[in-house]
Write a protein that binds this ligand. Sequence first.
Ligand code: BGC
Length: 359
Amino acid sequence: MKRVLRGAAVLLALSAVLAGCTGKSGTSAAPKIGVAMPTKSLQRWNQDGENMRRQLEAAGYRVDLQYGGENDIPTQVGQIENMIVGGVKVIVIAAIGGGSLTEVLKEAKAKNIPVISYDRLIMNSDAVSYYATFDNFKVGVMQGQFLVDKLGLATAAGPFNIELVTGAPDDNNVNFFFGGAMSVLQPYIDSGKLVVKSGQTTIAQCATPNWSTEDAQKRFENLIQTFNYRPGGTRLDAVLCSNDSTSIGVTNALVAAGWTRDNFPITTGQDCDTTSVKNMMAGTQIMSVFKDTRTLAEKVVGMVDSLVKGAQPEINDRQTYNNGTGIIPSYLCDPVVVTLDNYQAMLFDSGYYRAADFQ
Ligand code: BGC
């Protein structure tokens, strides 16, 4: 029932949107779309922002694209306020803090401006109309399953030493990434086949504020120091890292501790950041999960276009993402495991990166 009401509210909002929509491409009458990205300091958000701008402009929209400084919440709130005042027809937001936009989005709702949550779910706001992301739980399952397969946990006697690293605790995705990975790993931890010597197995204990590479590195340097995770010292078999920015910090710490491509612990990641792809090629990161930001942008531009035209956006999930005000209708894109075996096809042949930039 709640969902129907939400749908009705969105449609009502759309008639308002439609009323202001006359012209196309480049003309000042072209509807303006607000796109709020969290930071320029991480590669993927630059790509997301540029993909969104390019594809929205190609579809005939004007774009107000903003980045929230160094993951600065007040900056992002101010940018969204400006978008609302500036007359955008739809706002697309990759939130810095999942629960920090409740107040400003009340203004969007009052003005009937639909809000699309991009990649990360905006929590505790009934102004969020739709959510588009990758299947975040599946990302975690892929990372966990990769470790299980590579260590051969089904048959090997073990025990194997593992440590766990995840991301920003105020990013709702972390619950899904970590939850997905632990759904696969926890039984092996319980049975003793996997050993977490630090005992740090909760999100709070494994968190990395703002997904910072430096913070992940510092935490890992401490773990190396405390448990003597060095070649010739305590064997470290695997590290679960929820994404590349944290994996890069862990790689830095492991390389400094003497681990090389010949004995490198099995590490995971996510995003296929260029540094991580280079690390994979050097044997100092073992996998990443590829989320093609072009696909996500394409889906979101499709949603925006449907909203502006008063049509129903494409949705493929109506049960997973509750933001505290109800289920948010979502579109989940498919993540893909990338290793040395398939990176050329996935990243270079697909045109995502230029192979020449990795030589
Ligand atoms: C995104 C990841 C990204 C992380 C850090 C998450 O919300 O889903 O792709 O690595 O934020 O920016």
